[in-house]
Design a protein around this ligand. Structure first.
Ligand code: 13P
Length: 286
């Protein structure tokens, strides 16, 4: 069932588990994610970056593809289509008009006042259409900054003000995670995470979920994380399978066989994350 992230993340907050956002890159990825989550009776969030949406043919193409696949595959678990790191109000509006059920406005490179102003406008448009909104305070570092780094830890007072003044649904405070591979061990500010959870009382989101140790993810869930974003690990798993196929089979040329070679490892990686987050079997309990 296609829905926004409200029921999912509030149930995760109550039940002290987390729901995965798996970023999708094409039709096969969407299919692999949906099939594995259905098999494990887990709710799931399909994350779509602006770049991935452009790659797949725009927001409307993505929404139609997801809806049609869900019908074709008889998907019954709750599914949200979420715009990841939208760079503007206009981008959020376009995705919402196309049928996205949730959006993340990322104005985290702006100062707090401007971040609040833009996010508030998105919340007004989204909430009038039953669409949920996530926003970022501080700045998650990573590949988009050109170098690994660029992390700006979220301040607790800024988070409180941001949530109060925007009225948004979920907060992604930057607390040490990065997008893409880590160079060195991830260092997450757990005390601050817990403080932010208590003072904002909103479900929290952790970006850059690939490469964070399992123990750290469990601790993050106990400190208020209800949604974990994962992209790189699935890309690595899929590419490993495809690379193996291409190096072991010099005769293969059918693209369906090449792409499918990544399915098994990708589905294993998905299942491992669902187990870690505690969302297996939760689809019909939330
Ligand atoms: P990773 O690519 O590091 O898993 O991060 C994904 C993410 O945070 C998407 O918003």
């Amino acid at each position: 069932m296609l829905e926004n992230m409200g029921r999912m993340l509030n149930s995760a907050k109550e039940g002290k588990f987390a729901i995965a956002q798996f970023n999708i890159n094409n039709l096969e990825w969407t299919r692999f994610v949906l099939e594995e989550c259905e098999k494990n009776e887990s709710p799931v969030i399909l994350g779509v970056s602006e770049g991935a949406a452009k790659y797949m043919g725009g927001y409307q193409t993505v929404v139609d593809m997801v809806k049609n696949l869900m019908e074709y595959l008889s998907i019954t678990v709750p599914v949200a289509i979420h715009l990841d790191h939208a760079s503007s109000y206009e981008s959020c509006k376009e995705a919402i008009d196309a049928g996205f059920t949730s959006v993340m406005i990322d104005a985290s490179k702006e100062n707090l006042e401007t971040n609040i102003e833009i996010s508030k406008k998105v919340v007004e448009y989204a909430h009038a259409r039953n669409v949920t909104v996530e926003g970022e305070v501080g700045h998650v570092g990573g590949q988009e900054d050109g170098v690994v780094g660029g992390i700006l830890y979220a301040e607790v007072e800024d988070c409180i003000r941001y949530c109060r003044e925007t009225g948004l649904d979920f907060l992604a405070p930057a607390l040490g995670s990065v997008h893409g591979p880590y160079h060195g061990d991830p260092v997450l500010a757990f005390d601050r995470m817990e403080d932010i959870k208590e003072k904002t009382n909103l479900p929290l989101v952790l970006h850059g979920g690939s490469g964070i140790y399992d123990e750290q993810i469990r601790k993050a869930i106990s400190c208020g994380i209800c949604k974990l974003n994962i992209n790189t690990e699935l890309q690595q798993a899929w590419t490993k399978g495809v690379r193996e196929k291409l190096s072991n089979d010099s005769e293969v040329y059918d693209p369906r066989k090449v792409i499918k070679a990544g399915e098994l490892l990708m589905k294993e990686a998905i299942k491992q994350k669902l187990e870690l987050l505690g969302s297996i079997g939760m689809a019909f309990k939330i």
